[in-house]
Design a protein around this ligand. Structure first.
Ligand code: NOJ
Length: 749
């Protein structure tokens, strides 16, 4: 037996080292080819490689000027060329007519699907399922590559703690650990095992960095993040993306601590290259180089180019500071040619990895199988797993025999349910809830009530109320149209827009139970109507297959599988809100809390014992991070840890007994949180460190075990050293961030 194992180990070792040898030989071959190519390139051609030209996907003609630029070798890549003939023609010119025949890369925002649209990224994050993140991006790559696209501007890895920010829709949510797990999976899905496979896409980890911390949740706004916060919260998802081999990184629009990211030497050189070891290329965001003029950081276009070059930004998206000025900047000695050579090498490396030198053309046989049954089923599964059940007064699941009233502006809104960044998904292929109800022959009556989410007209109310009266349960499909979230679509007020609340209040007067199904790009403040409704399902913008997914959830064919990847605020006034906050010197406390209406009239100036609260809404969110109900119930019992004291080399086992106490089989997402009680810098009150889906039959009990070590307890301190510190820790296992059974242990040197 022992010999057999030894043999197996040797074989594995030899085949691994064979593989490593092969990879390093391949690498050497293309590093050699890159250097050879570089030695033949003129300064103009080198600058050309740094140029990412944008065209409009709606463009009807391919301008001669563009073809000529490619012919001269003045363009390195394109974004948004969506006419297949143009893709083919431009690539042919680059390969056959440009001085060194360097192929172009065609990029596109393929964010949550290409034709088959998956839930928006915050919805995918709500699945807490790396496999779904991976398969959705694999399918997106497969479909998009059929259009000649080999580069996507995804995944977005910005930690987002403010639901006012429109781009929270595209984010992995508020937690660095969850974002890290998902980020890795997205990259594996987009890039596949081998980037040279023509159905893969080079991924782009964006936006480097801190974009989600825009003050007040206002897009593009200033960002101030201390270095430890940057390293502990905002950087980990990018580190995991780079470890997973992400081919490109996008520098963000925002300034961070006074220096715009696209001209930030510390971030792009020190952190990204030297510390994280990134060896792909960095692309600016759209015009983010020349926007440094408006930031008040660059004097003019030329200066902007100089600053971006000094920071180590390799490719410029759409603006033309490099194209217009790099030559002069090099002549004047402000930028060195060696620096430019580095940019070109980084770009060519990705082109080699993509296999573009061997295989530059779109494979015309590869149709992408748009909307293939398998793709649609995966999209439906993702929508089911991303839907979060927030409230349920036993009204869900509904029985087949009752008559439902389908009401609301998003019940049949094929374009809106696709969400932000779904340029290529066609609404004609969307399956809406109304369509799904129709197809399933369910007993329903329908009245929109409001035409679109912002509709303020009450003209449709009468009909909607009549429809509601004629039913046993009201399903109100509300939320936001797709355009109300995403880039440049921040909101100060995150209530249901238009007259939706008013209509819900009117419907509540019929006495019929109401299920609110929200489709939106962010958590929506529902505190004004929460008492009028019996159940709430958050479906985010669920994508192409949202209708069938929701239909099956409501009838209990499937259970809603999602958990919140962000804290759900009661009101926008609480934002930014995140569970992994610090304790403060006067931590919020429900016992001492004096709500606004209990303050004695004419009170003398005093804190009244209040701590870190809002007088009007307290300190708790509507629903905490990690929260989500199921159609069954789980009981957590008997938490155990393997040791009370561990040293730095030990592993700690933390176990719980989990029982499905309900009548249905179901899935729990069991979560483990840790708190470092005292640190050399203050530590968050809780941090997610592990999670696991656990399936239990009705009545079944399972032991759920997690293992952690001192590695999981590390953080970056004020000296910028990453280490775990000796001391007391608390650990919880529970269903979400605000609940769980607790134990304590000591980490000893
Ligand atoms: C600007 C956005 O910030 C970025 O995420 C996107 O990839 C580019 N535009 C290209 O469309």
């Amino acid at each position: 037996m022992k010999n057999y194992i030894l043999f197996f180990v040797i074989v594995v070792f030899l085949s691994c080292s064979e593989e490593t040898k092969q990879v390093s030989e391949e690498k050497q071959t293309y590093e050699k080819a890159i250097n050879e190519l570089l030695s033949k390139m003129t300064l103009e051609e080198k600058i050309g490689q740094t140029n990412l030209r944008g065209t409009s996907s709606r463009s009807k003609i391919l301008p001669e000027e563009l073809k000529e630029a490619v012919r001269k070798g003045n363009v390195g890549a394109f974004l948004n060329v969506m006419n297949l003939d143009y893709v083919d023609e431009l690539q042919k010119i680059a390969v056959e007519e440009s001085p060194n025949g360097i192929p172009l890369i065609f990029g596109r925002d393929v964010i949550h699907g290409f034709k088959t649209i998956f839930p928006i990224p915050i919805g995918l994050a709500a699945t807490w399922d790396a496999q779904i993140a991976k398969s959705s991006s694999e399918i997106a790559a497969f479909e998009a590559s059929a259009a000649g696209i080999r580069w996507t501007f995804a995944p977005m890895l910005d930690i987002a703690r403010d639901s006012r920010w429109g781009r929270i829709a595209e984010s992995p949510g508020e937690d660095p650990y969850l974002a890290t797990v998902l980020g890795r999976a997205y990259i594996e899905g987009f890039q596949g095992e081998d980037l040279s496979n023509p159905t893969s896409l080079a991924a782009c980890a964006k936006h480097f960095i801190g974009y989600g911390a825009a003050i007040g949740g206002r897009d593009y706004n200033t960002v101030n993040i201390s270095e430890p916060l940057l390293r502990n919260v905002y950087l980990p998802p990018f580190k995991s993306a780079i470890d997973a081999g992400v081919a490109t990184v996008m520098s963000s629009f925002n300034e961070i601590n006074g220096i715009p990211a696209s001209g930030n030497k510390f971030l792009l050189k020190q952190v990204l290259r030297n510390e994280l070891g990134f060896n792909g290329f960095v692309v600016s965001d759209w015009n983010s180089t020349t926007e440094m003029i408006a930031h008040g950081f660059a004097r003019d276009e030329k200066h902007a180019g100089e600053l971006s070059a000094a920071a180590g930004m390799d490719m410029e998206m759409t603006s033309t500071a490099y194209e217009n000025h790099l030559k002069d900047l090099i002549k004047e000695g402000k930028v060195t040619e060696e620096q430019l050579d580095e940019f070109v090498k980084n770009i060519l490396r990705v082109k080699f990895k993509l296999g573009l030198f061997k295989n530059p053309y779109r494979n015309k046989e590869h149709t992408g199988n748009f909307y293939a049954e398998k793709h649609l089923q995966e999209a439906k599964n993702a929508a089911i797993k991303s839907t979060v059940l927030l409230k349920n007064n036993s009204v869900l699941p509904i029985s087949q025999n009752i008559k439902v009233a389908i009401i609301g502006p998003l019940a049949n809104a094929p374009h809106e349910q696709l969400g932000t960044w779904s340029f290529d998904g066609e609404k004609e292929h969307t399956n809406t809830p109304l369509m799904a109800f129709k197809k399933a022959n369910t007993k329903y009556v329908f009245s929109k009530g409001l035409d679109y989410s912002r509709d303020k007209s009450t003209d449709g109310f009468k009909e909607a109320i009549k429809t509601a009266r004629n039913s046993d349960v009201i399903l109100f499909f509300g939320g936001e149209e797709a355009i109300l979230s995403g880039e440049a679509h921040s909101r100060a007020n995150i209530d249901l827009p238009g007259a939706q609340e008013q209509l819900i209040k009117e419907l509540a007067k019929t006495g019929k139970p109401i299920v609110l199904i929200i489709m939106a790009g962010r958590p929506i403040s529902i505190s004004n109507i929460i008492d009028d409704i019996d159940a709430v399902l958050m479906a985010w913008h669920p994508g192409t297959m949202g209708g069938e997914a929701l239909h099956e959830i409501m009838y209990g064919i499937q259970e809603p599988g999602g958990r919140l990847p962000v804290s759900w605020p009661k009101t926008a006034g609480q934002l930014p809100f995140f569970y992994n906050h610090k304790n403060t010197g006067r931590p919020a406390d429900s016992v001492k809390f004096v709500p606004i209406d209990k303050i004695p009239i004419g009170s003398w100036q005093s804190s009244l014992g209040n701590e870190s609260h809002y007088l009007d809404v307290g300190y708790k969110p509507q629903y905490p991070f990690g929260y989500g109900l199921t159609y069954t119930n789980f009981k957590y019992e008997n938490i155990q840890i393997s040791k009370d004291t561990i040293n730095f080399e030990d592993e700690l086992s933390v176990k719980i007994s989990l029982k499905n106490t309900g009548k249905r089989d179901g899935k729990d997402i069991t979560q483990l949180y840790v708190q470092d009680a005292v640190g050399s810098i203050t530590r968050p009150v809780k941090e997610l460190k592990r999670f696991m889906p656990v399936f239990l039959k009705s009545g079944e009990t399972k032991e759920v075990e997690f293992r952690i070590s001192s590695k999981d307890l590390e953080f970056v301190n004020y000296e910028m050293i990453k280490a775990a510190e000796e001391g007391n820790f608390n650990v919880w296992i529970g269903p979400h961030s605000a609940s769980g059974l607790k134990k304590s242990f000591y980490l000893k040197k």
